[in-house]
Design a protein around this ligand. Structure first.
Ligand SMILES: *Cc1c(COP(=O)(O)O)cnc(C)c1O
Length: 361
């Protein structure tokens, strides 16, 4: 069997090995049922147990208060770009901080359903930074304030929680479970699972119960109504059973690691290794503003395209893949989500050092 690589992909991304092993061991016969999880009814007690356990684990890990509902939905994070304004905007206005590709798309989508006010826009400097609190232009009539906690493509991450009168709506697709948060600070948190908590197909929405409205425009598709999803315990239709099962295994792994606080410390250690090296390198150049650096996606460049290509080839040779930057920004990006072991980051830094020595000689 081929050895596993260090997969630095931004998403879908590397998974905890223990979750994959458990899934493999349970593949043909899940708990004596004679079936795989893919084959059992979503209405069966066996699946209900998988579902409830995943939801309870997530509630415990994030310390989600009773004031907030956890929904397991489909359609990826991108479907939420529309579902959020459809459910919360009521044809009114909302403030959007555009700090990257995904928040830009979310703002464009929301503009179809109401008034979008751009509270901040960092595109002038290639989204290399996060606005300060003082920079945010907040409107008094905003139904919510929208931002993306971690900009997967650009490698920046909000270090502050914006202070706003309007409820906070936050895309945490690429940093959920990577650091401690206070869920009570938010009106709505959402995340696609395939970065830091499993596989594509599941989107988690954590919403404050008083924001779940039943008087939304009747034209809103049933599948996008939070009230219907909440009323039916996220099983209005067939849920993404396998993705929920895999998320449950990932949550179990997070517990085993000591929870989010322990993982946050590990994530700081991993990202420090890379950033400390980048800060003194004469060849590699960090992209994101120092104060706004992401713990999850580390972006950097080399002076020429030839050097970038040669470096990526060397990484592949050594079993480190998917370090090429997003097509819209180029350069390199190492995504070091929870499941990336520190050994992978150590090997990457070692390889960067060797490449620098050879190329600066
Ligand atoms: C990947 C990503 C998305 C898009 O997720 P899909 O599940 O592909 O729709 C949105 N926001 C952020 C921050 C992401 O990293």
């Amino acid at each position: 069997m081929a050895e596993r690589v260090y997969n630095f992909a931004a998403g879908p991304s590397t998974m905890p090995e223990s979750a994959l092993k458990t899934a493999a061991a349970e593949m043909l016969d899940y708990k004596g049922s004679g079936m795989s999880v893919m084959e059992i009814s979503h209405r069966s007690p066996l699946f209900q147990e998988i579902f409830d356990s995943a939801q309870e684990k997530l509630r415990a890990l994030l310390r989600v208060p009773e004031s907030h509902e956890i929904l397991f939905l489909q359609g990826g994070a991108t479907t939420q770009f529309a579902a959020i304004p459809m459910n919360l905007l009521e044809g009114g206005a909302a403030d959007y901080a555009v700090t990257g590709n995904f928040s830009g798309k979310a703002a464009e989508e929301a503009a179809k359903y109401g008034t979008v006010r751009i509270a901040a826009d960092t595109s002038a400097t290639g989204h290399d930074r996060i606005p300060t609190q003082a920079e945010l232009k907040l409107s008094p009539d905003a139904k919510y304030f929208y931002y993306c906690a971690n900009n997967t493509i650009f490698g920046t991450e909000w270090q502050l929680v914006p202070q706003t009168a309007a409820p906070l709506v936050c895309d945490m697709s690429s940093d959920i479970l990577s650091r401690e948060i206070e869920v009570a600070d938010y009106g709505l948190i959402y995340a696609g699972a395939q970065k830091n908590m499993g596989i594509a197909g599941l989107t988690v929405v954590i919403i404050r119960k008083d924001l779940i409205r039943s008087d939304v425009d009747p034209i809103v598709p049933s599948m996008m109504r939070y009230d219907l999803m909440a009323k039916n315990d996220s099983m209005y239709n067939t849920p993404p059973c396998w993705a929920i099962y895999m998320a449950g295994l990932c949550f179990h792994w997070v517990e085993d690691q000591g929870g989010i606080a322990a993982l946050e410390a590990k994530n700081k250690e991993k990202s420090d290794l890379l950033y400390n090296y980048l800060d003194q390198s004469r060849l590699f150049h960090p992209v994101a503003d120092k104060k706004d650096r992401s713990l999850m996606n580390v972006t950097f460049t080399l002076p020429t395209d030839e050097q970038t290509k040669a470096f990526l080839a060397l990484c592949e040779e050594r079993g480190m893949i998917n370090i090429k930057g997003h097509r819209s920004v180029g350069g390199c990006r190492a995504s070091i989500y929870n499941a990336m072991p520190i050994e992978g980051v150590q090997l990457l830094v070692q390889t960067m050092k060797e490449f620098e020595e050879k190329n600066m000689a």
